[in-house]
Design a protein around this ligand. Sequence first.
Ligand code: PEP
Ligand code: MN
Length: 333
Amino acid sequence: MIAILKHGTTQAQTEHLIAWLRNMDLDVHMSQGQEVTILGLVGDTSRVDMELLGSLDIVDSVKRVSEPFKQANRKFHPCDTVVEAGGARIGGGHFGVIAGPCSVESEEQIIEVATAVKAAGATILRGGAFKPRTSPYAFQGMKDKGIELLMKAKKATGLPVITEIMNIRALDLFEDVDIIQVGARNMQNYDLLQELGKTNKPIMLKRGLANTLQELLMSAEYIMSEGNENVILCERGIRSFETYTRNTLDLSAVPVLHELTHLPVVVDPSHGTGKAKLVPPMAAAAVAAGADGIMIEVHNNPSCALCDGAQSLTPAQFSDLSLTIQKIREAVR
Ligand code: PEP
Ligand code: MN
């Protein structure tokens, strides 16, 4: 349920109303825009007498929110959320360019790629340390050593870093990580989401391989309901009957999510297509569709990459893509 307050309501009146609502065992979330203040009520709102609430002097209107996602809902929070991470911003007109290798492989590799993507305009460095691989015999990532190397690359370039967490037991290792990624395979690992909700770290939540947008938003809700509102959503392709591409990149997710939620939406065309040659056109399409950022896998030597070489751009290809993206952003602004 949301209560829209009248223009001119004082802070004291608002606080008084919030206290009254909290007394009914409701969680109250305030969204203060320039024009309107909205109180979002979460909990058993059946106890709220909508007519009484709506008749108060300071209340303009009261509406039920039918969707099961509340805090992620744009009705609760009409303005775009801007997530800040280590100096980078994503959302509300701030565009995030996340680039780097699928996996951290060595100090030379991550420093070389980090330096190259920064020079080409990346705002955030990616690099997997804990890798969720389909085969237990495939390279599983450098784990804690990988995070150490990412930190060296962060120090060398000044870029904030994003890396994936697979198990909450590893959380201590993520202290200096700027954005924690929850991968597609863990999108519905509710224990993990709730634990991450207790931190104040920005979380990038990737859409599951076979999950609906509503399920993605419900997973975001698991993080937000524990108090962490710094959530970025990522469309990375879903399973379909098509086998030419690794996944089917659902770009309609971008305008749909922008309608349903205030959270920023990033698109990952690397996992979305699985083929390097398809990454630039789909990244361009994502920007044209209104994405708040893109995530691109870049490797200094894709043919020798330990993971996802086929979908990785070279630094030179990424640099060309970065220019294209700038032009498209200017055109659609
Ligand atoms: C990744 O970004 O490193 C990754 C494993 O992606 P996804 O979870 O989307 O498969
Ligand atoms: Mn990858």
